[in-house]
Design a protein around this ligand. Structure first.
Ligand SMILES: Cc1cc2nc3c(=O)[nH]c(=O)nc-3n(C[C@H](O)[C@H](O)[C@H](O)COP(=O)(O)OP(=O)(O)OC[C@H]3O[C@@H](n4cnc5c(N)ncnc54)[C@H](O)[C@@H]3O)c2cc1C
Length: 282
């Protein structure tokens, strides 16, 4: 018997332009995008919706949407557009706009520096969103943990919380200048942790603070995302030691220290890049 592989429907690229830019904090810039390309946007109504943005080298003069199959034939591998993954912090279907909050993490990289220098009218190109997590009222408590890269998703999740929800949010940032306002339900406590500067493996305290916090065996829904090694230690604590059910956890690496996203994504196929190795090997 032959098995037929079903072709995946091709999702159109969405090309939008920058409508507004706003510094939210010392190291976070919010860009609002919109324009006629929004008609291709297919929403996924979850809190952590994310997209893969395509960045082409400006000197090649390519105009989005990109014919990736053709470009693969024509371009040297190092000139092929690269992908960077970002949360859609807010989607306004009526206005036809989306907002993305970019961490400004220095001169290295593509997306961070691009966002910092973006001008009104600049174009961006991405596919319709993925994502799976929304705070679920069936859980007795909610535990949300992240660094700056997860802050856009966590602040979107807060907006989807119901007033009776209880739990804790642990957010690690450089310092008080990186705080943003989170309008949380009364039963949710926000804990800001300060590294005292940019992330290093030595100055992060996220896992040790979460580990030292009181634990209750009530049912808990977890959303934890951030730097890869921190997420591995949190996975060992929450799933390995506290036995939080895998299905109640949204936990992954959003980036890896010292790795550009291309390398970090490629490493997901090897042990160093795996957070839940039993799933990756399944
Ligand atoms: C599902 C998902 C959602 C995400 N949502 C967001 C979001 O809403 N906002 C956001 O800012 N990021 C988000 N990220 C993380 C973002 O994709 C990475 O930070 C990405 O590496 C940034 O691309 P870049 O081109 O700026 O840097 P890259 O070219 O990928 O990396 C260059 C260098 O910068 C370092 N670096 C990358 N990111 C950071 C950082 N945040 N802090 C310090 N050093 C860094 C790398 O380790 C590398 O050394 C998300 C990731 C995922 C998987």
């Amino acid at each position: 018997m032959t098995t037929q592989r079903l072709a995946r429907p091709v999702r159109p690229q969405i090309v939008l332009e920058v409508l507004a830019t706003e510094m939210l904090s010392e190291h976070m810039i919010r860009l609002t995008f919109g324009g006629p390309g929004f008609e291709n946007f297919q929403d996924k109504p979850v809190s952590d919706r994310y997209v893969k943005i395509l960045f082409a080298k400006p000197e090649l003069g390519l105009i989005p949407p990109y014919d990736l199959d053709a470009l693969r034939e024509q371009l040297a591998p190092e000139d092929f557009p690269v992908r960077r993954t970002y949360t859609l912090h807010h989607v306004d279907l009526e206005a036809g706009t989306v907002q993305i909050d970019f961490v400004v993490h220095g001169d290295e990289g593509i997306a961070g520096p691009w966002a910092l220098n973006a001008k009104i009218g600049d174009q961006i190109c991405f596919n319709s969103p993925g994502g799976l997590y929304t705070p679920n009222p069936e859980f007795a408590r909610h535990l949300l943990i992240g660094d700056e890269t997860a802050l856009p998703a966590i602040s979107a999740a807060v907006l989807d919380m119901t007033p009776e929800m209880v739990g804790d949010i642990y957010l690690e940032v450089g310092g008080p200048e990186d705080h943003v306002t989170l309008d949380v339900p009364e039963g949710i406590t926000v804990h800001w942790l300060h590294r005292g500067g940019p992330f290093t493996p030595e100055n992060t305290r996220l896992e040790s603070v979460v580990r030292a916090a009181p634990w209750s065996d009530d049912s808990v829904q977890v959303f934890a995302h951030g730097e890869r090694e921190t997420m591995k230690t949190l996975r060992a604590y929450l799933h390995g030691e506290r036995k939080v059910d895998r299905k109640a956890m949204s936990l992954s690496a959003y980036w890896a220290f010292g790795r550009a996203e291309d390398e970090f994504q490629a490493e997901k196929k090897s042990p160093i890049g795996q957070i839940f190795p039993e799933v990756a090997n399944a």
